[in-house]
Structure formats: C-alpha cells, structure tokens
Ligand binder design. Structure first.
Ligand SMILES: Cc1ncc(COP(=O)(O)O)c(C=O)c1O
Length: 441
C-alpha cells in the first residue's frame, strides 16, 4: 500500500495539472479526450477512415440520433467523416480553448467557415450589416451570393455605427474582421457589442443580432473576440495557425447553444476538413503558433520601423507603430492572454510616385527577392508580399476599392520568421531600383 502511494507520487499523470497556460496546452492538448483513445502515443495517431464500423443497427441509429446534439456528453459514435471524425474533433477541442469558446467546428477552408456562419443563421429577408473593408472573397460572398437567396447587406464603417443602424429588424448579423484585411483597421468590438446588447433587449430570442468576428489577422494569441461579446469567431486556419503554407482549413468558434445548426450545415454543404489537414494543423501548427507569431511580430515591428524611415515610402501602417492611426485602440484590444501587446504580423505601405512605380518595385521583388515572395496568403513562416487591389481584393469593384480601404498602390506584407536584416536587404535592393528610375527621370 505504502509502496504504490510513493510510486504514484513519482510518476505524476497529466491529469494532475489542472490549469496549464495556453502555451503549454497548445503543445500537449487535453490529457484525455472522448474523441480518441491514444494513451500509448506521445502524438495522437492520424486517423483516415471515411466511414466507421458500427457493431449493431442500434448503434448506427444512435449515432445519427446524437449527431449535433449539443447536450450529448457520451462517447461519440463516429459514422462518416463528413459528419464528424476524431482528428478534426481533437483539433476543434484545442481551437475552442484557444479562443475561449465552448465549442469549435472545423471546415475545409476559412471561406467554408464564413459561408456556414451565414447559411446557418440567416434566411431570406434578413440583412447582414458588415464593415466595408473585408477580405475579397468574403466581400464577394456578401455582395454577389447572399442577395441571390434574398439576403441583403449594408456595408459601412462599423466603428461608426449607431444604435439607430441596428434598429432595422432585418439586421440579424453584424460582421467584421477584428483587424481588417488589408487596411489593418482595428474594430472596437466592445463598443459594437454594447450597442448590439442594447438592441437585443428589445428583440425576441430568435430575432437577436449575432456579432460574427473574423479573427484571422489577430489570431487567438493576439485577441479573443468572444471575451469582448462576439457570438461567433472565424479563423482561417490556412494562415498563422497552420503556419507553414501546407494546409487549408477554417474554424468557427462559438458557444454550445449555436452548435447544432453549424454542424448540420457543415454536414449538408460538405465543407469538411480532411483528417490529415486536421492532424497536421494540430500537431505542427497549433503547437508552434505562439512561437512563430511572436517571432514574426518582432520582425514586423523592425520592418515597419525601417519602412517608416525610408524616404521613398509615402505611408506605413503597422498597429505596433506609434504613428498607427488607431495605436491606442490597438494597444487596448490586441493583447495576448498574458496581457502583452500583440500588434501582429501584417503591415501595409504605399510608395511615393505612381502605380507604375509600385508595379516595378513588386516585379523586382517577385523576380529577385530571396526572403520575400510575391504570393497571396499570410501568417506563414515565409515573408509574403502582394498588392491587394489587384490580387486578394480584386473581387471588390475598382470604383469601390478606395472607399473599401484598398488604395490602388497599397502593398501588403505578411512578415515571416527570417532574419529581419535579410528581409530588409531584399527591400533595399528593390528601393535602389526605383531610386535609379527616379534619378533617371
Ligand atoms: C481575413 C481572412 N478571412 C478569411 C479568409 C479565407 O480563408 P481561406 O483562404 O482559408 O478560405 C482569408 C484569406 O485570405 C482572410 O484573409
């Protein structure tokens, strides 16, 4: 008896650690999960079976019965990957914890998650009130596709909405990106949450306005919108959470009461994440996200400060620079769970001169850059550069781009984990080329 007592003391089990920090949790995950039994493994085994063996007809029927039941607390009954499967379930448990949500639902892409958030909670006759600066495909989804199903939209500056804007009973969703792509505008979530809460007091429960926040740029390390009153958070996992540019994925993180329609719509539209992607994002992405984000963020400030000093540069926007127009709001909202300022890994700038100068600069980097690649996507370990108006945001009509926070010459950079002097070296060469052009004119 005595012996076994001392043995259990010298071999503590994981369950004994009750509240690990999120940094530690991202590495180890839950000590045990109902999703899969893997007590012999250091890393959960990768599952890959589109369909599951059911030992009786009753078990099959029970599986369909309990699917998407938010109250079900029994062991899951796996049926078919498009409904739910173990690898993405484990990933979802970790994502929910990172965003301080009760549940997460994974999708094949970020756009899959965004589409599901609209399809699950809107019907014909409803209206989406959205910030006017949005990722190009989200803009296209709201302005091109939703109207076909009788769902209207209003695009405006959500930082300026008033109680009056929410009085329209058709408005069911207020949608925005916590840090807007590509303008990097910070949205004052607390203010909007307070306005929505006030309006919702006048509405019946099935008429309530939901606040949906795409938190991709900030990542859960930099901001947790659910803590500020958001109902639903979206992540494109393709970006900083997966981090290496090898996986696509999306997630919707929310409270248990919204789970059923989200799982139902995912089942029926089929935007399900592949289990291999779920496994890679969980094993490699989540475990290293904070380290990568911190290293990228450190570099982003260095590059931002370098650009600020360059006299060929017209303007630089990085939430970590004192010159950033919303520096105070950024400092208030963009905080890690430890309370440190987290201005992020993205910056934008414009060059003096015409759009042709910008094109020459970008083309030089595209051909000669070693650390900087002309490519869409963001949040990765490799530094990327692009021109949103012509690339990621080309779905926004040209005549609406400036009002949507996408000036023609805007250059967006996603900073990686390279040695910052090497990134500056690549920029320096491109600046030398346009300097020569300027001198020759
Ligand atoms: C802010 C934001 N949200 C959503 C998406 C869509 O994500 P995905 O490419 O994974 O569909 C993107 C893609 O760039 C994005 O920048």
């Amino acid at each position: 008896m005595k012996k076994s007592k001392s043995k259990s003391k010298s071999t503590p089990s994981k369950q004994q650690i009750t509240a690990p920090s999120i940094k530690t949790f991202n590495i180890h995950g839950s000590a045990s999960t109902k999703a899969w039994e893997f007590s012999h493994h250091l890393v959960p085994p990768m599952t890959a079976s589109t369909t599951f063996r059911l030992h009786s007809l009753q078990r099959g029927a029970d599986g369909f019965q309990i699917f998407a039941d938010p109250q079900n607390n029994n062991d899951p009954i796996w049926i078919y990957d498009r409904l739910e499967e173990p690898s993405s379930k484990m990933l979802e448990e970790q994502l929910a914890k990172m965003e301080n949500g009760e549940v997460a639902v994974s999708f094949s892409t970020g756009m899959g998650a965004i589409s599901a958030s609209f399809l699950a909670f809107l019907k014909s006759g409803d209206q989406v009130l959205s910030h006017k600066t949005l990722y190009g495909c989200t803009y296209s989804l709201i302005t091109n596709w939703l109207p076909r199903y009788g769902i209207t939209y209003t695009l405006l500056n959500v930082n300026e909405i008033s109680a009056q804007d929410l009085k329209n009973k058709k408005v069911k969703i207020v949608y925005f990106e916590s840090v807007a792509n590509p303008s990097l505008e910070i949205i004052d979530i607390d203010r909007i949450a307070a306005l929505i809460a006030k309006e919702n007091k006048t509405r019946k429960s099935d008429d309530q306005i939901k606040m949906i926040v795409d938190n991709t740029f900030a990542t859960p390390w930099g901001l947790r919108p659910l803590d500020h009153g958001a109902d639903i958070v979206i992540q494109s996992l393709t970006k900083n959470i997966a981090g290496f540019g090898t996986e696509m994925g999306g997630a919707l993180i929310t409270s248990r009461k919204f789970l059923t329609p989200v799982l139902m719509i995912r089942k029926d539209i089929g935007a399900t994440m592949h289990p291999h992607s779920a496994w890679n994002i969980m094993v490699y992405g989540i475990s290293s996200q904070i380290l990568r984000f911190e290293a990228q963020q450190k570099n982003a400030l260095i590059i931002g400060q370098y650009l600020e000093k360059n006299n060929l540069v017209e303007s630089v926007f990085y939430p970590g620079l004192k010159s950033f127009p919303q520096f105070e709001l950024a400092k208030k909202l963009l905080r890690t769970p430890k309370g440190e300022f987290a201005p992020g890994t993205m910056l934008t700038f414009t060059l003096k001169g015409s759009a042709a100068t910008t094109e020459k600069f970008i083309n030089y980097i595209a051909k000669n850059g070693y650390t900087i690649t002309l490519a869409v996507s963001l949040g990765l370990i490799k530094t990327l550069i692009e021109v949103p108006g012509m690339m990621t945001h080309s779905a926004v009509p040209k005549d609406k781009q400036v009002d949507s926070g996408i000036p023609e010459k805007l250059i967006r950079m996603s900073i990686g984990i390279e040695e910052p002097n090497d990134i500056i070296g690549d920029l320096e060469q491109a600046f030398n080329v346009i300097k020569k052009l300027k001198n020759n004119n």
